[in-house]
Design a protein around this ligand. Sequence first.
Ligand code: MN
Length: 224
Amino acid sequence: MFAFEPPPPVSVAIAGEGARFPVRRIFCVGRNYADHVREMGGDAKSEPPIFFTKPADALVESGAAIAYAQNTSNLHFEVELVIAIGKSGCEIAEAKALSHVFGYGVGVDLTRRDRQNEMKKAGAPWDIGKAFDQSAPIGAIARGPHPLAGRIWLSVNGEIKQDGDLAQMIWSVPEIIAALSRSWELRAGDLIYSGTPAGVGPIVPGDAVACGIDGLPDLRFSIL
Ligand code: MN
């Protein structure tokens, strides 16, 4: 018995299957491609990975038209490999990490860059820059081989803006899973946005975004 109608469960399409992937929570990795760390003014070698989260109901599936986010005038795209966890675990060893993966998808970590930069300067949490409504577009999740390398790209209105390779990731998928599970119990249904290559930039109302990773279903969305 609830005092009012509870929110619907959050889920994501699985490529080629009728069943959907039920989502528990969203973790994100900051600063995971050296060229993006440099473009943000950092030093890739001296800085450990940063973890932050988004609410599960920030997910938006491919094909959606997304409202331009409130409280920003610098909404940025960041295309990322998304790891979908299918088996729970705590303090997972790197050697066993891939056995906890259900599949992979293409995601965009939408960011209010102006608000994030203010929070960075203040040494304050990033939530207002990262964890807002509709901030986590995602394509269908595909089971299949673990993508250790492959092109990761994003275009705005047909013009390529980000064009990198998964092989450029500073922290690999097993290293991310091992590191995250030292601080949180990962559970089936968790998603991990694993960081973005260089080329991030702004989007404005009317823009059409397309992005992809070799071997995974593309993600497309537009900004209202
Ligand atoms: Mn990101």
